[in-house]
Design a protein around this ligand. Structure first.
Ligand code: ATP
Ligand code: MG
Length: 410
């Protein structure tokens, strides 16, 4: 679980704002819901035999003896909130949220125990058009972040029924190669055989490669849905790769699933993942409502955009208070400047100290110029400007001139 220190928060804010502004322009509205939910919510939605529920959740009993869990992902809480607040009755919803998620994983680069996601969920739309919109919108986010080498992988997991049929075939196949299964896969063979396909164990790859393919077991409707999605992506010029091995680590997905992947982050290369989950609302007690969404991992994106986004947060100016008498007028002048120029980043020196030490602070602040208010300036109703980053002679301005000068800096 990481601290995000002030030298990094500007980058985080720029990333967050870019994502937020983009999804808002597609008509998505923010939903806020708790960090803590009843444990059974996650067990029922994510699936009892998934990694998350089996071994990654932060679960505890509260003082009433209720079992609660820090949310490991957002979709379950989002769906619960929608049902409880009646947001899904005879209406479609486009929603987004942002915040920390908690999973007790083995920490490594790109994998943390508290991490942050932006989640996007769309309810009440069953066609491939909304799948396409979600993908197009994520592509728009990459474009605005200056990321141009992410690969889109898509797959169809089919309907619950076709998956059941496929599951039986898969269990037969893996059972007949039982000796080649690693420990995890043997455990999953009867509880969650599709997850074996997701194994990262190199020794298992050949076996997985030769396994029967889900696409040979998809029903007609799912095939048509998947083709229609591909046709929309083709029309929009969104490049993608169909990856038949793409299964998600959460049980609620059906039909379309997708991931955006980079090769720049090593093993933790998925920066965004999502898909349809048409059965989940009903499974959690609502009327059946088709749904689709995705979540993007902000820690991984931060690494990708670190060199591309350079948020400018240094002060434009640093006011040096060059005499005790300048303290009150200094604060007054600063407020008047802020009143007139809301975009002005002005740092006023506080805490006294010599002229020299104040200049050191001014320099360290990153400000472009130091404004100096001392006895001479007070007597003449002026302010002096010393350039901190350029070889230019010091200048002295009247109040109106100063305003024009600062306006030009902004
Ligand atoms: P992975 O295969 O990397 O474990 P996942 O399938 O568990 O990912 P999701 O639950 O779909 O991931 O979460 C969506 C995104 O959130 C991921 O693609 C990733 O960018 C990010 N993410 C997931 N787990 C972590 C984590 N422990 N630390 C940082 N980011 C994470
Ligand atoms: Mg995971």
């Amino acid at each position: 679980m990481n601290d995000i220190t002030p030298d990094n928060t500007a980058l985080w804010q720029t990333l967050e704002n870019t994502v937020k502004h983009t999804v808002v322009t597609y008509g998505y509205q923010e939903l806020r819901f708790p960090l803590v939910e009843k444990t059974e919510l996650f067990a029922r939605s994510i699936g009892e035999v998934t990694d998350i529920v089996e071994k990654e959740m932060y679960t505890f009993e509260d003082r009433n003896g209720d079992s609660l869990t820090l949310r490991p992902e957002g979709t379950a809480g989002c769906v619960r909130a929608c049902i409880e607040n009646g947001l899904l009755h005879n209406q479609s919803q486009r929603l987004w949220y942002i915040g920390p998620m908690f999973r007790h994983e083995r920490p490594q680069k790109g994998r943390y125990r508290q991490f942050h996601q932006v989640g996007v969920e769309a309810f009440g739309m069953q066609g491939p058009d909304i799948d396409a919109e979600l993908i197009i919108m994520s592509a728009r986010i990459w474009k605005r972040l200056g990321l141009n080498d992410l690969e889109l992988q898509i797959n169809s997991l089919g309907s619950a029924e076709s998956r059941q049929a496929y599951r039986n075939v898969l269990v037969d196949y893996f059972s007949s190669h039982h000796a080649q299964l690693d420990e995890d896969s043997q455990r999953r063979l009867h509880s969650n055989p599709l997850r074996i396909l997701d194994s990262k164990n190199p020794d298992m790859q050949q076996l997985i490669e030769n396994a029967p393919r889900l696409h040979d077991h998809l029903d007609q409707e799912c095939v048509e849905h998947f083709h229609a999605l591909q046709s929309l992506l083709n029309t929009l010029g969104i490049a993608y790769r169909v990856n038949q091995r793409l299964v998600r680590g959460l049980d609620y997905y059906n039909k379309t699933v997708f991931e955006w992947i980079t090769t720049q982050l090593g093993a933790q290369g998925t920066v965004c993942a999502g898909g349809r989950y048409d059965g989940l609302v009903e499974q959690l007690g609502g009327k059946p409502v088709p749904a689709a969404g995705f979540a993007l991992g902000l820690e991984r994106l931060i690494e990708l955009v670190r060199d591309k986004l350079q948020p400018d947060v240094a002060p434009h100016a640093y006011l040096v208070i060059a005499s005790d008498a300048a303290m009150a007028p200094g604060l007054q002048i600063s407020e008047s400047l802020r009143e007139q120029m809301p975009g002005l980043r002005l740092l006023v020196h506080c805490g006294g100290g010599s002229f020299k030490s104040q200049f050191k602070r001014a320099d360290k602040s990153g400000a472009g110029v130091a404004l100096i208010l001392g006895d001479d300036e007070l007597a003449n109703n002026t302010i002096s400007v010393k350039y901190l980053r350029e070889e230019k002679p010091q200048q002295t301005f009247g109040q109106d001139e100063l305003k024009n000068f600062l306006q030009a800096l902004i």
